[in-house]
Design a binder for this molecule. Structure first.
Ligand code: CIR
Length: 257
């Protein structure tokens, strides 16, 4: 795998109204979130990708989490049907951006009653693991696999118990290495990989991203940083504290392809 392009979207001031399961962390600070977003873009550029920066969308408080309304593969793009009502319209906003990179014939859609969030999709080569979650339903997964098969790719379903999205707790770092936390430590689906187990008190940092040999790690998780470096990766840390307040991590903030 090698990524050439990344799409991100600037956070909106309305992000303070974004969906969260952790209101006790407080509301995000918009100014700080913008600074962290700048740092995120800089880190991606350091990994040698071209970054397309889309403008903020005030009408969608969670729209900086561009990973959810689309899944981009080496064969084509899938515009999803996001499972949260307040986020569903983000699909129409991401589509024109994705179309800049793909011909019409290579852009497909998940349609109702199927729902799917890109945060539930983890790419491992030509295999795509899809979490069945509160956001991603059986019909959404069925449509997703049908599209993949049309491109000669394949997928398998992973039932989720505790996490919002699949990639909340498991992320592939290429080279057979996978970061796993919580329920993913013991799932048979991932037994075949070299699993780097994350301590519970650093579970948030299971959401790291591999970008062309470098792994971007959230700032403030020393055990995870050391484990990733021990696995042989160059690392860059980026503070994502304001996105964490909305259950968002590093992967959620970009589409990488
Ligand atoms: C949401 O609940 O949809 C947002 N507040 C967070 C989305 C995180 N996205 C992701 O894990 N891919």
């Amino acid at each position: 795998t090698k990524f050439t392009n990344v799409i991100v979207r600037r956070p909106a001031k309305s992000m303070v109204e974004g969906i969260t399961s952790a209101p006790e962390l407080g509301k995000p600070d918009y100014e700080l979130a913008c600074k962290q977003h700048d740092d995120y873009i800089a880190a991606l550029k350091d990994c040698g990708v071209e970054v397309t920066v889309l403008p903020a969308l005030e009408q969608f408080p969670d729209s900086c989490f561009v990973e959810d309304p689309a899944v981009v593969t080496r064969c084509g793009a899938i515009i999803t049907n996001p499972g949260a009502a307040s986020r569903n319209g983000e699909k129409d906003e991401i589509e024109p951006a994705v179309r800049q990179f793909f011909d019409d014939s290579r852009v497909k859609h998940i349609v109702s009653p199927g729902t799917l969030d890109g945060g539930d999709v983890m790419m491992v080569g030509d295999h795509f693991y899809v979490g069945r979650s509160a956001r991603t339903n059986e019909e959404g997964i069925r449509q997703f696999f049908e599209i993949l098969e049309g491109w000669g790719l394949e997928g398998s379903e992973v039932p989720l118990e505790h996490v919002l999205h699949l990639k909340t707790g498991v992320n592939y770092l290429e080279d057979g290495n996978m970061l796993v936390s919580g329920e993913f430590v013991t799932k048979p689906d991932f037994e075949q990989y070299h699993r780097i187990e994350i301590p519970e008190d650093e579970a948030y940092a299971a959401n790291c991203i591999w970008v062309n040999g470098t792994v971007i790690v959230p700032e403030g998780y020393p055990a995870v940083l050391a484990a990733v470096q021990d696995a042989g990766y160059e690392t860059i840390t980026v503070d994502t504290s304001e996105y964490r307040k909305l259950d968002g991590g590093l992967s959620c903030l970009s589409l990488r392809f």
